[in-house]
Write a protein that binds this ligand. Structure first.
Ligand code: AMP
Ligand code: GLY
Length: 424
């Protein structure tokens, strides 16, 4: 008899995790809370919110779940991991205290300073007068302005001129732009270089690095328009040389060591958003979970059974050599509802999915639901078209050929995913 596994979440990331776990001979039954139209094809969707700690705990106990995997940060922040551990249930993900590396900017800034994690320099300001003194003495291209509080991913401004900077400062500090979240602002050194996403599985002591990815955040081609949660990504990343990979691995290990010294055992996935600058990699943010969309292509390029590795992270047995990656490249193109990340319509039928039957192409569902045997759109990010190839160009060509076979009203996607890497 194999294990009964619960995956918490309902996005493309959780569909991909479920797809990979379903291939493990050790996994017998899969449950998703709440899941989506894609996960319902792999297991059973249960209608419990990711932050409903009591509901999740009761389900796991009643259904004799052997192992739980947490997808989104909201569940971590709600203390789901702490609650499961208190009942001796096996769960993959950091505790609420450990997840502060993502959920609290103040915690992370002081942590990084104490442990010499390379990061851009910054100055925190909370009056218009001090802010204007800063803009008077710095060139506007040297810094970015960040709202200190959570601003739904929109709190970072790269001003094009002093005039724009002053306008943003007045709007933020007066509370007009982001309310309370903008009433403290941070001027941060503007980094020059390419961004990468780095991931490590950890048991709180040792780490095993997962593949590096480049994500595309802005919604339109040419990096135009507002930032999304991520609208397409790929691996391998050409700018990651062996030396840079080693530097980033050292950063990840220092974070885990530092947390342990502070009395926090971090188990799960650590995700760093970095800039590769001429002075080496610098961290702009940490997340306490797998990336979305990065997790979708990641599951496709990992070789071998991933389930025992997740179990070893929880048991405290991670080895740096645990992760095996297939040769070749993977691209992921996100199909979303036009208007995302702000206003968009949902409820449209999706067609063409059945016409994709190439073992190198997988479509992971994000915002979908099955109603009367018809898959319909239910969110901003709707589907992830993920394709494998011997090289990035082949992977991208395959992904886009599949994209052209899928249709739903208001479908939008970027046509230039991976171009930055191909141009290098
Ligand atoms: P964040 O919300 O901190 O992840 O930032 C969103 C985006 O703003 C990042 O993906 C970067 O493209 C950009 N950004 C953030 N911080 C900096 C920085 N210090 N220098 C240059 N660009 C930045
Ligand atoms: N890909 C961006 C994120 O997961 O936060």
């Amino acid at each position: 008899m194999g294990d009964r596994v619960l995956v918490i979440g309902g996005g493309g990331r959780e569909h991909a995790l479920g797809w990979k776990l379903a291939q493990s001979p050790q996994v017998q039954d899969l449950y998703f809370a709440p899941g989506n139209g894609g996960t319902s094809l792999l297991g059973t969707n249960v209608d419990i919110a990711v932050t409903d700690t009591t509901g999740l705990l009761n389900f796991a106990t009643d259904q004799k779940i052997d192992f739980t995997v947490v997808g989104p940060e909201a569940a971590l922040e709600a203390g789901v991991v702490d609650a499961f551990r208190a009942r001796d249930l096996n769960i993959f993900g950091p505790t609420k205290a450990a997840a502060q590396i993502e959920t609290s900017k103040a915690f992370t800034a002081s942590f990084m300073e104490r442990y010499n994690i390379p990061q851009p320099t910054s100055v925190t300001v909370n009056t218009i007068k001090t802010a204007l003194q800063y803009t008077a003495s710095h060139n506007s291209t040297e810094y970015v302005i960040k709202a200190d509080g959570l601003a739904a991913g929109k709190g970072v401004i790269l001003p094009a001129s002093k005039k724009e900077a002053e306008e943003v400062i007045r709007q933020m500090l007066s509370g007009k732009l982001f309310g309370e979240a903008g009433q403290t602002i941070v001027f941060q050194e503007r980094l020059i270089g390419q961004e990468v996403s780095a991931f490590a599985v950890t048991d709180g002591q040792n780490i095993a690095m997962l593949p590096f990815f480049q994500d595309h955040k802005p919604v339109y081609d040419g990096d135009k328009g507002p930032n999304t949660g991520g609208i397409g990504c790929y691996t391998p990343v050409p700018i990651i040389t062996d030396k840079i990979a080693e530097q980033i691995t050292t950063i990840m290990q220092s974070v885990i060591n530092g947390l342990r010294q502070d009395g926090i055992l971090y188990t799960g996935v650590l995700y760093a958003g970095l800039f590769v600058t001429p002075e080496g990699p610098k961290v702009i943010e940490f997340n306490a979970r797998f990336g979305d969309p990065e997790c979708e292509p990641m599951m496709l390029i990992l070789d071998g059974d991933f389930y025992p590795i997740l179990k070893r992270a929880v048991a405290g047995d991670i080895l740096p050599t645990d992760i095996k990656v297939k040769k070749g490249a993977i691209a992921d193109v996100v199909l979303c509802s036009a208007g995302y990340p702000t206003k968009f319509k949902i409820g449209y039928p999706i067609t063409g999915l059945e016409s994709i039957n190439d073992s190198d192409i997988l479509v992971f569902h994000a915002g979908t639901k099955t109603i009367n045997n018809q898959i319909v759109t239910t969110g901003g990010r709707v589907l992830n078209v993920t394709a494998y190839g011997n090289d990035l160009k082949t992977a991208l060509d395959k992904a886009y050929s599949a994209v052209r076979r899928i249709h739903f009203k208001d479908m939008h996607y970027r046509t230039d995913i991976g171009q930055k890497a191909l141009n290098q």
